[in-house]
Design a protein around this ligand. Sequence first.
Ligand code: NAI
Ligand code: A1CAB
Length: 263
Amino acid sequence: MNHDTIAIIGGGNLGKSIAQGLLKQHNPSQMYVTRTKVALLDDLKAIGVHTTSDNILAVQQSKILIFALKPYRIESVLKELAPYITENHLVISVISDFSIEQLKSCVSDTVQIVRAMPNTAAAIGESLTCLATKNASAANMSKAKLIFDSLGETIEIDESLMDAATVLGACGIAYVLRFIRAMIQGGIEIGFDAKTATKIASQTVKGASELLLQNGNHPEEEIDKVTTPKGCTIAGLNEMEHQGFSSSLIKGIKTSIETIQKD
Ligand SMILES: NC(=O)C1=CN([C@@H]2O[C@H](COP(=O)(O)OP(=O)(O)OC[C@H]3O[C@@H](n4cnc5c(N)ncnc54)[C@H](O)[C@@H]3O)[C@@H](O)[C@H]2O)C=CC1
Ligand SMILES: O=C(O)[C@@H]1CCC=N1
């Protein structure tokens, strides 16, 4: 449990997910969430979170600053806030495609910075967050880890892998959801109503993930247990592969990272 006041600068899709996840343990009166259209944070305000469009106030009242703005906004916002961000703050950025070096160039040299790449499952404590730093102390890195551990699992990586973490872990939520949607559509075609198909597909995906997470097995080892010789699973799987199933996923992942790295 973290007792420092936390400011989330940019309470949009990800910022709000982080706030919702943190609030399962964190005192709402020790949290500031900012966004331009502050009325869109009224659900958080109703439970005691300080919501405001005043980033300077949020920075002044908080120890830990989590920046969750779009990449094209961070530079101007950080430059405006720089006089108020001190060495007593810990700056955490969940912004994709904006390096620690770029963040450092906007604030004083003494400010410690951690880059974090969580995903929207933070809202329910099921994120996977990759963390990287270049200048944060071990104590501050532990602080950052504690925050993201409370939102799921964390892995420390080298910053050079942050784009890959963005794609696999953060974009990954969307890939998996599209996979589930396709399962649902197939399920409806073979006879289930949408609600039942959604339940079966979602729980099946959860079960498949848990088999890997709990047993530590390779996916193919678990697949072998399902594919009866001459059976329906292998027939369906092979047809999916003929149609480019794995290949399309791998190509999609590579296209996502190329999109980040093209500039
Ligand atoms: N959405 C996701 O699943 C993930 C997003 N990210 C990164 O997180 C960042 C935010 O992404 P989203 O939440 O999707 O975007 P978003 O657009 O939903 O959220 C950004 C928020 O910042 C607010 N904002 C804009 N200017 C502001 C200002 N001057 N002061 C305070 N708030 C301001 C906007 O009103 C908006 O609510 C991006 O850099 C993205 O790359 C990283 C991992 C996952
Ligand atoms: O699509 C995006 O640009 C952001 C980064 C990771 C998830 N959403």
